[in-house]
Design a protein around this ligand. Sequence first.
Ligand code: MG
Length: 203
Amino acid sequence: MKIICIGRNYVEHAKELNNPLPEVPIFFLKPETALLQKKQPFFYPEFSEDIHYETEIVLKIKKVGKHIQEKFAHTYYDEIGLGIDLTARDLQSNCKKKGLPWEIAKGFDGSAPLGKFINKSEFENINDLRFSLKVNGEIRQDGNTKDMIFSFDKIIAYVSQFLTLKIGDLIFTGTPEGVGPIKIGDHFEAFIEDKRMLEIDIK
Ligand code: MG
């Protein structure tokens, strides 16, 4: 199983980090050991002093596919959920400056907290879906999938040219603006529309 993450997929988020807008989806991988499930806490590691939250809609792949056409991409996932792409921003900035890969900043243990999944048929239109993050009860991120640069189906078509998608693979589809640092003691709750999908404590 692999975790595929899309970067810079929301205009306002790309701008807040002074990144140019991508012409094709940018993706990177996290290993399976990055997953943090079932309300497990995240323990702040010693190697970073600036870990950020990025709240993202996650697709769960349900059948094997390669070179998937955009028009068929929707048949490759039924369930959607929320995840947090935890990012060691200090390490990532250093990697970017030196032109190095990002794994050290993106793939560490526990860097992919994942909530529950819901069948996409429960939502009227997954391409116009509000999702949000509360930290200690206060709204920090409030996005809508209609603001994605690349739709879920475009992402699947693009990524599957390079990587065979397998059952159970997860795709983190990018974060809206409002990313920021996590602190020990924080309590995170994330929602799709009004459904609470994910909860996590930072320890
Ligand atoms: Mg991200």
